[in-house]
Design a protein around this ligand. Structure first.
Ligand code: DOR
Ligand code: ZN
Length: 347
């Protein structure tokens, strides 16, 4: 097969940043995806409907001419988020979900939740109105090994949360472990998960190959090969519980290649091509469309897209550098060869 035409996909987990950074990265996403769930971890974070609508306007204004790309907005959950704010946001029809970050877990998460049980009134409101809760599923704190943070989160926080709110729609974002994949697969249809391209393509060895490589450092961090294999199995298995979420997280090159380098892989430039590479390696290209274009929309209760995109078999080299404020951006797999290339523009 040399051509693959699929329903236009959506990205169910994306960092677009703001201002000049937003203008630099948005065309990459808009070229491939019809919609994206936009993360709220700006500085300061997007906590209210008013902030989400203002951010949405800035995204719409940054779209390339003629683009119909639709940002799906989220609110950043804090200890002080009120149930009323969430319900008002939901009623607007423009805010799709609420994002939980544990305080201190990752980039701009200082305002995150210090104790998940403090948010029960918000979760109750979300359960009642059917709004999904998006979880950065890691515990923080020095007592837990960084590679165990996701597995511990599931046992310590997710299981009790699902007991308290059995009908709450939950997306366990960017799963990285066999425990994450197996947990989601084995539970009711109220819980689903997104999977990034880097967690399908790489184990943690990539971070250390040929010297410390910060462009493979993201959070949750890459895990052992056996976990990568479990994630590929989940993504390519045909289950509607697993769908595409790039977690593309741009940071300027000098912020990555630095002492205390920032977490995040930049994949928006070539996201679909990266996923095609992973699915082909698993002999499952026929499952890419469900994962990329159907399962997420179905879970969120949104219509599937009507347009299509076409990938062509063509080997090409990922550029070493892309324009971005503060000296440019290094995309995931820069300098490496991919076997599929997006041909037709979204339409
Ligand atoms: O690697 C990451 N980068 N993980 C996150 O959770 C946040 C993201 C970012 O915003 O840079
Ligand atoms: Zn993210």
């Amino acid at each position: 097969m040399n051509d693959l035409t699929i329903t236009q996909p959506d990205d169910w987990h994306l960092h677009l940043r703001d201002d000049a950074a937003l203008r630099a990265v948005l065309p990459h996403t808009a070229r491939q995806f019809a919609r994206a769930i936009v993360m709220p971890n700006l500085k300061p974070p997007v906590r209210t409907l008013a902030e989400a609508l203002a951010y949405r306007d800035r995204i719409l204004a940054a779209r390339p001419a003629g683009s119909a790309f639709e940002p799906l907005m989220t609110l950043y959950l804090t200890d002080n988020t009120s149930a009323d704010e969430v319900l008002t946001a939901h009623r607007s029809g423009l805010v799709q979900a609420v994002k939980y970050y544990p305080a201190g877990a990752t980039t701009n998460s200082d305002s995150g939740v210090t104790d998940i049980a403090r948010c029960d009134a918000v979760f109750q409101a979300m359960q009642d109105c059917g709004m999904p809760l998006l979880l950065h599923g890691e515990v923080t704190g020095d007592a837990i090994d960084v590679f165990d943070r996701e597995a511990v989160f599931i046992v310590r926080h997710l299981v009790p949360l699902m007991k308290r709110f059995p009908k709450l729609k939950i997306v366990l974002e960017h799963i990285t472990t066999s425990q994450g994949a197996e947990f989601v697969a084995s539970r009711a249809d109220t819980i689903a998960a997104t999977i990034t391209p880097q967690h399908l393509l790489f184990s943690r060895n990539a971070i250390f190959k040929g010297g410390l490589n910060p462009h493979y450092y993201c959070l949750p961090v890459l895990k052992r090969e056996e976990h990568r294999v479990a994630l590929v199995k989940a993504a390519t298995g045909g289950s509607g519980k697993f769908f595409l979420g790039t977690d593309s997280a741009p940071h300027a090159k000098n912020r990555k290649e630095a002492c205390c380098g920032a977490a995040g892989c930049y994949s928006a430039f070539h996201a679909l091509e990266l996923y095609a590479q992973a699915f082909e390696a698993a002999g499952a290209l026929d499952r890419l469309e469900g994962f990329a274009s159907h399962h997420g929309a179905d879970f969120y209760g949104l219509p599937r897209n009507r347009g299509t995109v076409t990938l062509k078999r063509e080997s090409w080299t990922v550029p070493g550098h892309l324009p971005f404020p503060e000296g440019g951006l290094v995309p995931l797999m820069s300098g490496e060869t991919l076997q599929w290339r997006l041909a037709a523009p979204a339409g």
